[in-house]
Design a binder for this molecule. Structure first.
Ligand code: MN3
Length: 207
Protein backbone atom coordinates (compact mmCIF):
# COMPACT_ATOMS: atom_id res chain seq x y z
CA UNK A 1 0.00 0.00 0.00
CA UNK A 2 1.39 3.34 -1.02
CA UNK A 3 0.55 6.38 1.11
CA UNK A 4 0.89 10.08 0.37
CA UNK A 5 3.80 11.97 1.88
CA UNK A 6 2.74 13.84 5.03
CA UNK A 7 2.94 17.60 4.68
CA UNK A 8 5.18 19.31 7.21
CA UNK A 9 3.29 22.60 6.68
CA UNK A 10 -0.34 23.81 6.53
CA UNK A 11 -2.22 24.23 3.26
CA UNK A 12 -2.08 28.01 3.78
CA UNK A 13 1.66 28.06 4.60
CA UNK A 14 2.82 28.75 1.05
CA UNK A 15 0.62 31.84 0.65
CA UNK A 16 0.79 34.18 -1.19
CA UNK A 17 2.79 32.14 -3.72
CA UNK A 18 0.57 29.05 -3.74
CA UNK A 19 -2.91 29.64 -2.34
CA UNK A 20 -4.46 27.48 0.38
CA UNK A 21 -7.43 26.24 -1.67
CA UNK A 22 -5.15 25.08 -4.50
CA UNK A 23 -2.90 23.28 -2.02
CA UNK A 24 -5.82 21.61 -0.26
CA UNK A 25 -7.52 20.51 -3.48
CA UNK A 26 -4.24 19.38 -5.00
CA UNK A 27 -3.24 17.27 -2.00
CA UNK A 28 -6.59 15.93 -0.74
CA UNK A 29 -8.21 15.38 -4.16
CA UNK A 30 -5.71 15.06 -7.01
CA UNK A 31 -2.81 13.44 -5.18
CA UNK A 32 -5.13 11.32 -3.03
CA UNK A 33 -6.87 10.00 -6.15
CA UNK A 34 -3.62 9.05 -7.91
CA UNK A 35 -2.56 7.21 -4.76
CA UNK A 36 -5.91 5.40 -4.40
CA UNK A 37 -5.91 4.39 -8.07
CA UNK A 38 -2.30 3.17 -7.93
CA UNK A 39 -3.15 0.93 -4.97
CA UNK A 40 -6.28 -0.32 -6.77
CA UNK A 41 -4.28 -1.17 -9.91
CA UNK A 42 -1.69 -3.06 -7.85
CA UNK A 43 -4.40 -5.26 -6.34
CA UNK A 44 -4.41 -6.97 -9.74
CA UNK A 45 -0.61 -7.33 -9.76
CA UNK A 46 1.49 -10.30 -8.67
CA UNK A 47 2.80 -10.41 -5.08
CA UNK A 48 6.28 -9.78 -6.46
CA UNK A 49 5.21 -6.63 -8.33
CA UNK A 50 3.28 -5.38 -5.31
CA UNK A 51 6.43 -5.56 -3.17
CA UNK A 52 8.45 -3.39 -5.56
CA UNK A 53 9.18 0.19 -4.55
CA UNK A 54 7.65 2.99 -6.60
CA UNK A 55 11.01 3.89 -8.25
CA UNK A 56 11.42 0.31 -9.41
CA UNK A 57 7.85 0.11 -10.76
CA UNK A 58 8.25 3.32 -12.77
CA UNK A 59 11.70 2.37 -14.10
CA UNK A 60 10.46 -0.98 -15.35
CA UNK A 61 6.88 -0.34 -16.55
CA UNK A 62 7.58 -2.66 -19.50
CA UNK A 63 7.79 -5.64 -17.13
CA UNK A 64 4.23 -5.13 -15.81
CA UNK A 65 1.23 -7.02 -17.24
CA UNK A 66 -0.57 -5.16 -20.06
CA UNK A 67 -3.78 -4.73 -18.09
CA UNK A 68 -2.20 -2.63 -15.34
CA UNK A 69 0.71 -0.94 -17.14
CA UNK A 70 -1.13 2.26 -18.15
CA UNK A 71 -2.81 2.61 -14.75
CA UNK A 72 0.55 2.27 -12.95
CA UNK A 73 2.19 4.70 -15.37
CA UNK A 74 -0.47 7.39 -14.87
CA UNK A 75 -1.32 6.89 -11.20
CA UNK A 76 2.08 5.66 -10.03
CA UNK A 77 3.60 8.64 -11.84
CA UNK A 78 1.02 10.92 -10.18
CA UNK A 79 1.75 9.40 -6.78
CA UNK A 80 5.54 9.71 -7.11
CA UNK A 81 5.59 13.14 -8.78
CA UNK A 82 3.36 14.75 -6.16
CA UNK A 83 5.31 13.23 -3.26
CA UNK A 84 8.36 14.93 -4.73
CA UNK A 85 6.50 18.19 -5.45
CA UNK A 86 4.94 18.57 -1.99
CA UNK A 87 8.13 17.32 -0.29
CA UNK A 88 10.39 19.92 -1.92
CA UNK A 89 8.26 22.96 -1.11
CA UNK A 90 8.33 24.78 2.22
CA UNK A 91 7.19 28.06 3.73
CA UNK A 92 9.84 30.77 3.90
CA UNK A 93 11.97 28.84 1.40
CA UNK A 94 13.29 29.87 -2.01
CA UNK A 95 16.61 31.65 -2.36
CA UNK A 96 19.50 29.63 -3.72
CA UNK A 97 20.94 26.16 -3.10
CA UNK A 98 24.19 25.59 -1.22
CA UNK A 99 26.92 22.99 -1.14
CA UNK A 100 27.34 20.21 -3.68
CA UNK A 101 24.13 21.01 -5.58
CA UNK A 102 25.04 24.70 -5.90
CA UNK A 103 28.46 23.87 -7.39
CA UNK A 104 26.95 21.31 -9.75
CA UNK A 105 24.33 23.82 -10.98
CA UNK A 106 27.12 26.31 -11.75
CA UNK A 107 29.11 23.61 -13.52
CA UNK A 108 26.24 22.25 -15.63
CA UNK A 109 24.30 25.46 -16.39
CA UNK A 110 26.81 28.29 -15.94
CA UNK A 111 24.96 29.96 -13.05
CA UNK A 112 21.91 29.62 -10.85
CA UNK A 113 20.10 32.33 -12.83
CA UNK A 114 20.75 30.57 -16.13
CA UNK A 115 19.52 27.31 -14.59
CA UNK A 116 16.31 29.00 -13.38
CA UNK A 117 15.70 30.47 -16.82
CA UNK A 118 16.18 27.11 -18.47
CA UNK A 119 13.91 25.13 -16.13
CA UNK A 120 11.27 27.90 -16.26
CA UNK A 121 11.35 27.82 -20.07
CA UNK A 122 11.05 24.01 -20.17
CA UNK A 123 8.06 24.18 -17.80
CA UNK A 124 6.33 27.06 -19.59
CA UNK A 125 6.92 25.37 -22.95
CA UNK A 126 5.31 22.06 -22.02
CA UNK A 127 2.18 21.96 -24.20
CA UNK A 128 -0.87 20.88 -22.20
CA UNK A 129 -0.50 19.07 -18.88
CA UNK A 130 2.80 17.82 -17.56
CA UNK A 131 5.91 18.60 -15.57
CA UNK A 132 9.23 20.43 -15.77
CA UNK A 133 12.13 18.49 -14.21
CA UNK A 134 15.57 18.84 -12.72
CA UNK A 135 17.17 15.38 -12.56
CA UNK A 136 20.51 13.78 -11.91
CA UNK A 137 21.68 11.43 -14.67
CA UNK A 138 23.72 8.28 -14.06
CA UNK A 139 26.95 10.29 -13.85
CA UNK A 140 25.53 12.89 -11.45
CA UNK A 141 25.17 15.46 -14.23
CA UNK A 142 22.11 17.70 -13.81
CA UNK A 143 19.58 17.54 -16.61
CA UNK A 144 16.53 19.70 -17.34
CA UNK A 145 13.58 18.16 -19.18
CA UNK A 146 9.82 18.15 -19.37
CA UNK A 147 7.30 15.34 -19.70
CA UNK A 148 3.59 15.14 -20.59
CA UNK A 149 0.85 13.86 -18.26
CA UNK A 150 2.24 12.16 -15.11
CA UNK A 151 5.33 10.77 -16.84
CA UNK A 152 8.75 11.47 -15.31
CA UNK A 153 12.46 10.92 -16.10
CA UNK A 154 12.56 7.56 -14.27
CA UNK A 155 10.35 6.08 -16.98
CA UNK A 156 12.78 6.56 -19.87
CA UNK A 157 15.87 6.15 -17.69
CA UNK A 158 17.06 9.71 -18.38
CA UNK A 159 17.55 10.55 -14.72
CA UNK A 160 16.48 10.57 -11.12
CA UNK A 161 14.20 13.59 -10.51
CA UNK A 162 15.18 15.89 -7.64
CA UNK A 163 12.79 18.80 -8.37
CA UNK A 164 9.55 18.84 -10.35
CA UNK A 165 7.32 21.74 -11.35
CA UNK A 166 3.73 20.62 -11.79
CA UNK A 167 2.31 22.54 -14.75
CA UNK A 168 -1.12 20.91 -14.86
CA UNK A 169 -3.72 23.69 -14.63
CA UNK A 170 -4.96 22.24 -11.30
CA UNK A 171 -1.63 23.37 -9.80
CA UNK A 172 -2.23 27.06 -10.50
CA UNK A 173 -5.52 27.91 -12.21
CA UNK A 174 -7.48 29.12 -9.14
CA UNK A 175 -4.95 31.87 -8.45
CA UNK A 176 -3.06 32.42 -11.70
CA UNK A 177 -5.76 31.46 -14.25
CA UNK A 178 -4.08 30.99 -17.64
CA UNK A 179 -0.84 32.69 -16.54
CA UNK A 180 1.48 29.70 -16.15
CA UNK A 181 4.63 31.89 -16.25
CA UNK A 182 3.40 33.85 -13.19
CA UNK A 183 2.88 30.61 -11.26
CA UNK A 184 6.37 29.41 -12.17
CA UNK A 185 7.86 32.74 -11.11
CA UNK A 186 6.08 32.36 -7.74
CA UNK A 187 7.08 28.70 -7.41
CA UNK A 188 10.76 29.65 -6.98
CA UNK A 189 9.82 31.31 -3.66
CA UNK A 190 8.73 28.00 -2.14
CA UNK A 191 11.50 25.65 -3.31
CA UNK A 192 13.15 23.94 -0.34
CA UNK A 193 16.74 23.86 -1.63
CA UNK A 194 17.98 22.03 1.45
CA UNK A 195 15.70 19.11 0.58
CA UNK A 196 16.51 19.26 -3.14
CA UNK A 197 20.24 19.28 -2.28
CA UNK A 198 19.81 16.26 -0.07
CA UNK A 199 17.92 14.41 -2.84
CA UNK A 200 20.78 15.21 -5.22
CA UNK A 201 23.36 13.83 -2.83
CA UNK A 202 21.31 10.65 -2.38
CA UNK A 203 20.90 10.27 -6.15
CA UNK A 204 24.66 10.55 -6.63
CA UNK A 205 25.37 8.01 -3.88
CA UNK A 206 22.94 5.52 -5.47
CA UNK A 207 24.51 5.65 -8.93
MN1 MN3 B 1 -0.75 17.98 -9.78
Amino acid sequence: MFTQIELSYDFSALEPHIDALTMETHYTKHHATYTKNLNAALEKASDKDRERGIDCLLKHLDTLPDEIRTAVRNNGGGFYNHNLYFGTMAPGAGGTPRGVLASRIDKDFGSFDLFKEKLSAASIGRFGSGWGWLSSDKEGKLVISSTPNQDNPLMDGSGCPILGIDVWEHAYYLKYKNLRPDYIKAFWNVVDWKEVGSLYEKAVEKK
